[in-house]
Design a binder for this molecule. Structure first.
Ligand SMILES: [Fe+2]
Ligand SMILES: [Fe+2]
Length: 210
């Protein structure tokens, strides 16, 4: 009787870990595509700005150069973050216990791409604020997951340790994005940030199941 109970408990632990791994793997996939979307948009914006500078008087292009200096580079920020997110994805794909991946990975890729692409088109502060909102959500989500993993018996220490490692990177990303902003978020940005947070929460629920 005891062995049946303990087997049932072990089975439910395995299925819980499987769900959490699937959700975070989907999230890290989306994160990689957020930065790919941002880098694509940044390239397009720089091409248009270059053309505009050629057509407009020198004062205009100088103003644009000044603005770029004070607002910081999206390209280096996004490239560095992309490298970290690729590393997170590698942890989930090659250094975690086996789990079933989400059937909707393509959707998480497209959603991630648009979450990076659209705000970068709207402006640097839009982009940095979006990253702040996404990483704020991701940090809280990892915290919740780590709490769950800690409560399991036996605690899957290797998984927990790797979740904590990713979480600490995301906290760095969140703070870096916040510090890169040159103005406080506008009402429109806050509304968008709210949507991004809600969307991420829905994505987590879906990715756990599908
Ligand atoms: Fe990540
Ligand atoms: Fe991140």
């Amino acid at each position: 009787m005891m062995s049946i109970i303990s087997k049932a408990m072990a089975d439910s632990s395995i299925s819980l870990v499987d769900k959490e791994l699937r959700a975070s793997h989907a999230g890290e996939t989306g994160a990689v595509w957020i930065y790919r979307g941002a880098l694509t948009a940044d390239f397009l914006v720089s091409v248009v700005a270059g053309l505009w500078a050629k057509l407009s008087p020198k004062t205009q292009s100088r103003k644009e150069e000044e603005k770029q200096k004070t607002e910081g580079s999206v390209c280096s920020f996004a490239s560095e973050h992309l490298a970290t997110e690729k590393n997170h994805l590698d942890i989930f794909e090659n250094h975690m216990p086996p789990f079933r991946g989400s059937y909707m990975l393509l959707l998480w890729m497209v959603a991630g791409f648009m979450t990076g692409f659209l705000p970068r088109i709207l402006g640097r502060n839009w982009f940095f604020y979006t990253i702040y909102c996404v990483e704020y959500f991701v940090d809280e989500h990892y915290e919740e997951q780590c709490g769950l993993l800690e409560s399991l018996d036996p605690t899957p220490f290797d998984v927990l340790e790797k979740f904590r490692q990713c979480q600490s990177d995301e906290q760095g990303h969140r703070d870096e994005a916040y510090n890169a902003m040159t103005t406080p978020p506008t009402r429109a940005m806050k509304l968008w940030g709210n949507m991004v947070g809600k969307g991420s929460a829905i994505a987590v629920v879906m990715a756990k199941k599908i």
